[in-house]
Ligand binder design. Structure first.
Ligand SMILES: *Cc1c(COP(=O)(O)O)cnc(C)c1O
Length: 229
């Protein structure tokens, strides 16, 4: 099932790229693995997926150590990160996609130093959705957070991530993806620096996200099937 789903998703990514004049190699599929078992994750690896995302540090602490033999797998933190979990996150993840406040920067520096972690990749999560339940840095504070984070060369800010509101019609999500890209373009001008990564798009709206410039699409249900809690 995972193989079939994977092939279908890759075809849709290709199609969206063609429509937008992009190369499919510019887009990476991240398997969103919350609630999935190590065996399901190994199956996803066996069909060719190398990028995985977990939402909760606790769950990642249980699963990732069991999956260390998936040598070139890359792990991203894609859920809200509590400051008291940073000490684990710096050792578990190659990239934290949900940097959204200065407090986390300070905690990252402290914990990286203590654990001898030389550098870490980061994306800034931007809150574009008015929903109270969504996390992220407000758009008007992104410049300030970036300016603070970029003072530290061990913190490698590669781009931006967002979780838009769930809207039935994916076309209605397009403005949110476009806004993230605009924020990225503006920050590239302000800091005279490239921020190549845009992590946006999930199972039901990823083709639209690809058309708007996504370089990472985070896919759970379209790959693994419905989540069972
Ligand atoms: C669960 C999750 C996804 C994947 O959601 P699906 O709709 O199952 O594809 C993507 N991003 C984040 C942050 C998630 O928590």
């Amino acid at each position: 099932m995972i193989r079939e789903n994977y092939e279908k998703i890759m075809e849709e990514i290709e199609k969206a790229c063609q429509g937008a004049g992009r190369r499919p190699e510019e887009v990476r599929l991240l398997a969103a693995t919350k609630t999935r078992t190590p065996d399901e994750i190994k199956e996803a690896y066996s069909v060719g997926i190398r990028l995985f995302g977990e939402n909760r540090v606790q769950e990642a602490r249980e699963k990732i150590p069991q999956l260390r033999d998936l040598k070139d797998a890359e792990w991203h933190m894609i859920g809200h990160l509590q400051a008291n979990k940073v000490k684990y996150a710096v050792e578990l993840f190659n990239c934290i996609e949900t940097l959204d406040r200065k407090e986390l920067v300070d905690e990252l520096l402290k914990r990286m130093e203590r654990k001898g972690v030389k550098e870490i990749d980061l994306l800034i999560e931007v809150k574009l959705s008015p929903e109270e339940s969504k996390y992220g840095c407000p758009p008007e504070k992104v410049e300030e957070l970036l300016s603070y984070t970029l003072r530290f060369p061990q913190l490698n800010v590669l781009g931006f991530m967002t979780v838009p509101p769930f809207l039935e019609n994916p076309e209605e999500v397009r403005p949110f993806f476009r806004e993230l890209r605009c924020i990225r373009d503006r920050m590239e001008r302000v800091f005279n620096k490239k921020f190549p990564e845009l992590s946006m798009g999930m199972s039901h709206d990823f083709p639209v996200a690809v058309e708007e410039g996504a370089t990472i699409v985070r896919i759970g249900t379209a790959l693994f099937g419905p989540r069972k809690y």
